[in-house]
Design a protein around this ligand. Structure first.
Ligand SMILES: *Cc1c(COP(=O)(O)O)cnc(C)c1O
Length: 402
């Protein structure tokens, strides 16, 4: 292939495929198995080289999505899973064995952190957690038996970054595999494989699906790494993606680059608004010039997701009143869909290491001005003073309905 195709083109273009009567969108192969005309054909079939035999292994609808995700990330191959955690657990288990040691960023997604710090312990695998913003701390945590460096950049509550090319080079020099959870930036804004990372994992449940109607995950990397994980963890643990789900996620993927631009614009507008408020202590958003790692964000990402968080005092009750007063943000975990979401969580700052109440906002596809107006009226309702002029002029509350 001549050069890299643009993400907008990759998601929109499917080559003509005579097996599907020229259908422009891959049909749903709603089948558990594939039958053979003769024993000789059955003997020749090889799931490892892509024959369709049984849908816990290979299915054409899932395969179409995998090929497209691999191209978007700049990887040689990809395998999809039932959930993001299905992909993460497969990728981690494929990388270690008894006696090995993992170094993991402290602020990694909670269940991934539990898998690495707790669950794999029963198989004789140990882990240490480090401040991912500090490459020296990562290197200091390496032991002779370290086999995996698990990263998530940015993290999805406090939005701390790791320098991916530096981490990848330092791990590779020691024979340590690197995995990055790239869910926040999506392949539209960050391609860790091109920075030397070995495996990328995503929760497709978030931006890629984009419509809050499907769960999925993917692992992407070299053909050899994906083949190993595909023959063992995918097929043996069995957390495979259903063809119906693959069709939904593939439909979501068609508009991913467009939606990411909108999430980015809305997220930056809301972040700038929050930063202008005197009672907001900190806004955690790598796209803001005030983010301590903004320069790194600009260097290794080409854009910014629309998930961000902020701190406004330590009074959790008052923050809960603020959250309850919002009308345009649904209260819920998860993110990445068309709808704006809010959650009140316990954040942990790496430096100084302390717990703080953090409001996390997912900026959906609604009008940023109306979202800002809603935030302004909720701040007033919760007794935060001095809502800024922009929030007032956007109409305060009430403009948005429920
Ligand atoms: C949601 C999420 C996951 C897990 O994905 P599921 O599809 O829910 O299993 C992993 N990493 C990040 C950053 C997430 O936000």
């Amino acid at each position: 292939m001549s050069g890299r195709r643009d993400a907008h083109t990759i998601v929109a273009h499917d080559a003509y495929d005579g097996r599907h009567y020229g259908a422009v969108h891959t049909p749903v192969y709603d089948t558990s198995l594939f039958a053979f005309p003769t024993v000789a054909d059955m003997d020749r079939a090889d799931g490892d080289t892509g024959s369709f035999i049984y849908s816990r292994g290979n299915n054409p609808t899932v395969r179409a999505l995998e090929c497209k995700l691999a191209e978007l990330e700049g990887g040689e191959d990809a395998r999809c899973f039932a959930t993001g955690m299905g992909a993460i657990s497969a990728a981690v288990l494929a990388s270690v064995q008894a006696g090995d040691h993992i170094v993991c960023v402290d602020q990694a997604y909670g269940p991934a952190r539990r898998l690495i710090g707790d669950y794999v312990r029963r198989f004789g695998v140990e882990a240490d957690f480090v401040d991912g913003a500090d490459v020296a701390a990562i290197e200091a945590a390496y032991r002779p038996n370290t086999k995996l460096l698990y990263l998530e950049s940015p993290t999805s509550l406090m939005f701390e970054l790791q320098d991916l090319s530096v981490c990848a080079a330092s791990a590779r020099a020691r024979g340590i595999r690197t995995i990055v959870d790239n869910t926040w930036a999506s392949p539209v804004f960050q391609r860790p494989l091109e920075l030397g990372i070995d495996l990328v994992v995503h929760s497709l449940t978030k931006y890629v699906g984009g419509h809050s109607d499907a769960l999925g995950g993917v692992a992407i990397g070299s053909a050899a790494a994906i083949a190993a994980l595909s023959g063992r963890e995918l097929v043996l643990l069995g957390a495979v993606m259903l063809p119906q789900t693959a069709a939904l996620l593939h439909r979501g993927l068609r508009t991913l680059p467009l939606r990411m631009e909108r999430h980015q614009a809305g997220g930056l507008a809301v972040a700038a608004y929050l930063e202008s408020l005197p009672f907001v202590d900190r806004v955690h958003c790598p796209g803001l010039a005030s983010h301590p790692q903004h320069a790194l964000a600009r260097a290794q990402m080409s854009g910014c997701g629309g998930l961000l968080s902020f701190e406004a005092g330590a009074d959790r009750e008052r923050l809960a009143r603020f959250v309850d007063a919002l009308r345009c943000f649904r209260i819920g975990f998860s993110w990445g869909g068309y709808e704006s979401l809010v959650s009140l969580q316990e954040g942990r700052r790496s430096t100084p290491r302390q717990g703080v109440p953090v409001v996390r906002l997912h900026i959906g596809l609604e009008s940023p001005d109306e979202l800002i107006g809603d935030l302004a009226q909720a701040f007033r309702a919760a007794g935060f003073v001095a809502a800024d002029a922009r929030g007032e002029s956007a109409g305060g509350g009430g403009a948005n309905g429920d």
